[in-house]
Ligand binder design. Sequence first.
Ligand code: B12
Length: 211
Amino acid sequence: MESNIESVYESVVSGEMQATANKVQIALDSGLSANNILQNGLISAMGEVGKLFEEGEFFVPEMLISANSMKFGLNLLRPYLVAEDVQPLGKVLLATVQGDLHDIGKNLVGMMLEGSGFEVIDMGIDVKPEDLIEAVKEHKPDIVGLSALLTTTMVNMKTAITMMEDAGMRDGVKIIVGGAPVTQDYANQVGADGFGKDASEAANIAKQLML
Ligand code: B12
């Protein structure tokens, strides 16, 4: 790996936020393309972070710090990516369902998706299905990601999916679901296209759904 790219990669994996931005700047100044830095520095580092998490080497705090470092680098890189006309892998609309205020896991999922090259639109917490439908119309995402942490609110995933079906927009969009009480069985029951038990799985399933 080119040494300036390797420095970016290492700062993300070791979770050094400001250093990641500095290393991205150095890589840009050395003449490397923004897309090269994104793919081989930031995205591949987040791939490694996801792998370390799956192997039990990293836990949620480490993953959050790496994801934040990736964001520092990405913020600096964004105008250069626009200038190079680099297209994201796809667009994901994320929301915590109505009645539910938990967002730590959803935010982590959003960061991992960004780290995998997706554009993420985060609608926040306690999102009414009507608002979700308006947002799907407005943003035309490839994937909608729904998060729920309560057994009392996970049923609102079904409500949202049914309302999307009734609005005739279900075929144009993939839906992934997750959150502590959600299982693959539950995802099947509510008619979702995918389930992720953690942020790393969420990114993997989103990538698969784009194929
Ligand atoms: C932090 C927390 C809170 C915080 C939330 C702060 C915030 N900004 O999110 C506060 C204090 C506000 C809170 C409030 C409540 N909470 Co609470 N809370 C938790 C706690 C301790 C941690 C949740 C968390 O952040 N985990 C860490 C993240 C990283 O994990 P995660 O959320 O599971 O997300 C991962 C995966 O699930 C997945 N994922 C998540 N979303 C998505 C989405 C997609 C699309 C995909 C693919 C994957 C995915 O990837 C994530 C990252 O790896 C849990 C206990 C627990 N162990 O889960 C209880 C818990 C969820 N809370 C609980 C309860 C009961 C409540 C309250 C009702 C308490 C009360 N009486 O007021 C209120 C409800 C408020 C509301 N209306 O939502 C119960 C739920 C019980 C149940 N079976 O329904 C739990 C399980 C605690 C318990 N054991 O009783 N809570």
